[in-house]
Design a protein around this ligand. Structure first.
Ligand code: C2E
Ligand code: MG
Ligand code: MG
Ligand code: MG
Length: 286
């Protein structure tokens, strides 16, 4: 009986796997045409100066509006795009669209664009970035490229050359999801980042002052300050989290407490010419 049920379980598991593989294959097929069919759009989430509540920029976040399945999260389809060799056209589209839209905004907000490690490993990237800037007329210092620690797993000479080429264009560089990937800090010594983005996972457990996550955030802030880099805390949802983040001297905040990512039309409606500040709102935890 034990043998039988074991086999049964195995068969169930195997058909589950088969279903998952099939799902993924279909999604990959759909992804191939998604750009051409106009199913992709960018949403923008404000990044706010923690002290003044002034919006200093926005992060562009890709959205896939699938005709049958509705919105599909980038955390699902970006990894598929990376494996299926589709991240290059998608990434190029994101860069161009973000620059195009940002160039028309009423205030000179900075726009941050996520760059996949696969794009970063392609020597054409600086040319693509230069092209997006030139054709849209966006000032280079209004574009910030968000890169994750995983780029440091590649060839270090090529990585250094890529940083130099990108910096040479006058764009800003941010280190995304800091503290979740690569374990060595040695790369910070030479990488020309303007900003470190503290991953949401540290913020989650940091509601109580004096917590271990609070200590980690304080250490990241000290490190960033010594290296003359700004800091952004990601994923701040509550007023209590915001309060703590301010006490820890994190310079910028991004999270639902200020705003969800919004479509470009809504951003333009809300953004004010010149300077723009927003009030935080969110659940206060007891
Ligand atoms: P990320 O770059 O770390 O982006 C931050 C994510 O946190 C976004 O998820 C954002 O919507 C979410 N977020 C912001 N504030 C809060 C908050 O207060 N609470 C919570 N729970 N979440 C918050 P999203 O838009 O689903 O994107 C997920 C990831 O997908 C991004 O993480 C990024 O790695 C990737 N991604 C998004 N757009 C692009 C893109 O255009 N190109 C590439 N290569 N990757 C992208
Ligand atoms: Mg990002
Ligand atoms: Mg992040
Ligand atoms: Mg992330």
């Amino acid at each position: 009986a034990a043998k039988g049920s074991g086999r049964g379980r195995f068969r169930f598991y195997s058909s589950d796997l088969h279903q998952a593989a099939e799902d993924r294959r279909v999604l990959e097929e759909d992804l191939r045409d998604a750009l051409a069919r106009g199913q992709m759009e960018l949403n923008y989430q404000p990044i706010v100066n923690a002290k003044t509540n002034m919006v200093t920029g926005v992060e562009a976040l890709i959205r896939w509006n699938h005709p049958e399945r509705g919105a599909i999260s980038p955390s699902i389809f970006v990894p598929i795009a990376e494996e299926a060799n589709l991240i290059w056209p998608i990434g190029e589209w994101v860069l161009r669209r973000a620059c195009e839209e940002a160039a028309r905004w009423p205030s000179k907000l900075r726009v941050a664009v996520n760059v996949s490690p696969i794009q970063f490993a392609n020597e054409e990237l600086p040319k693509i970035v230069a092209n997006a800037l030139a054709t849209t007329g966006l000032a280079p210092d209004r574009l910030e490229l968000e890169i994750t620690e995983s780029v440091f797993l590649g060839d270090s000479n090529e990585t250094a050359r890529m940083f130099k080429a990108l910096k040479g264009l006058g764009v800003r560089l941010a280190l995304d999801d800091f503290g979740t990937g690569y374990s060595s800090l040695g790369y910070l010594q030479s990488a020309p980042f303007d900003k470190i983005k503290i991953d949401q996972s540290f913020v989650r457990g940091a509601t109580v002052q004096g917590s271990r996550n609070g200590a980690i955030i304080a250490a990241i802030v000290a490190l960033a300050e010594a290296l003359e880099m700004e800091t952004t805390a990601e994923g701040i949802e509550s007023l209590d989290q915001l309060d703590l983040i301010r006490k820890l001297n994190v310079s910028h905040v991004q999270g639902f407490v200020y705003s969800q990512p919004v479509p470009q039309a809504e951003l333009v409606e809300r953004a004010e010419a010149g300077s723009w500040s927003i009030k935080p709102a969110g659940p206060a935890k007891q």
